[in-house]
Design a protein around this ligand. Structure first.
Ligand SMILES: [Zn+2]
Length: 284
């Protein structure tokens, strides 16, 4: 239970129309990218003040926890890994409650139901190192890890502090790694899946821009924002590693959204994810 408490504790310390298809198609048959959405539960009882809001200013205070697999004809990219390691589930269908986090579904069975094993995953990327995103990161250590240098340096530094659980990602230390120095990566070389450097929330936060054939462009935003209200007010959380860089990164992504007529999927936003099909269905 140390994990639960430390996530909640770290937060406190810091304050101070989808086009979808049925499962069963071979991923290899896909001629264009697909996004699978995996559910991992919720974060409840957060203090809006952590995010510089009052309760009445937010439509919804709670978070959903999600992870994504992007299947491309040339390979796959897993983006984030859930808030709670699958090993914490008892296997009897009961949720795992760890502090403010309630996990309702393990990630790897959802991946399997969509037709993938962790060992099939070509690339793995985290939006950032916070523990509500790294839950099952160790399961993807056989993939090529795409990470910003500043993020990796922090994760494997002497004594990483804050909302971080190194045990959940230790195996990445020896993974094949593509280290980016505050730069973007066109993952499959055709411009359809691009990891974009968006530092600020953490030193090497990243988002993923995906161009889908039917739905259009989507940005998987990680924690570039937590609440939609951050977009309209310009407020940033109290626990950003560099709030000014967060604002620069947000401005860059807002321009991308406008230029590409793209959707923004805020990873913790309940309304966004309630409207999306979940794996084994997908968005393409
Ligand atoms: Zn988060």
């Amino acid at each position: 239970m140390a994990r639960n408490l430390s996530f909640a504790g770290a937060l406190v310390a810091a304050a101070l129309a989808a086009s979808c298809s049925d499962a069963g198609d071979s991923p290899a048959a896909s001629a264009s990218p697909r996004i699978y959405v995996f559910e991992n539960g919720t974060i409840n009882g957060l203090d809006p003040a952590l995010f510089n809001f009052r309760r009445e200013e937010l439509a919804q205070v709670d978070f959903v926890n999600t992870a994504y697999l992007i299947a491309h004809p040339r390979g796959t990219l897993m983006f984030d890994a859930g808030a709670v390691p699958d090993s914490h589930f008892k296997g009897d269908g009961t949720p795992v409650v760890e502090g403010v986090v309630t996990a309702t579904k393990p990630i790897l069975p959802q991946l399997k139901e969509a037709g993938f094993e962790p060992g099939d995953v070509t690339y793995f990327a985290l939006s950032h190192y916070h523990s509500d995103h790294t839950g099952n990161a160790n399961a993807f250590a056989s993939a090529t890890w795409i990470v910003q240098k500043a993020e990796r340096d922090y994760m494997f530094g002497d004594s990483p502090q804050g909302i971080i659980q190194p045990a959940t990602y230790d195996a990445l230390r020896n993974a094949n790694t593509k280290i980016l120095d505050n730069e973007d990566l066109d993952v499959f070389g055709d411009g359809s899946v691009v990891v974009m450097a968006t530092p600020g929330h953490t030193p090497g936060h990243q988002v993923v821009a995906v161009k889908l054939a039917k739905r259009g462009a989507v940005v998987l935003a990680g924690d570039l924002y937590h609440y939609p209200e951050e977009r309209t007010t310009g407020r940033v959380p109290t626990f950003e590693s560099d709030p000014e860089r967060s604002k620069v990164s947000r401005a860059r992504i807002e321009k991308y959204l406008e230029d590409n007529d793209a959707e923004l999927w805020i990873e913790h936003d309940i309304a966004t994810h309630a409207a999306l099909p979940k794996a084994p269905q997908y968005v393409d």
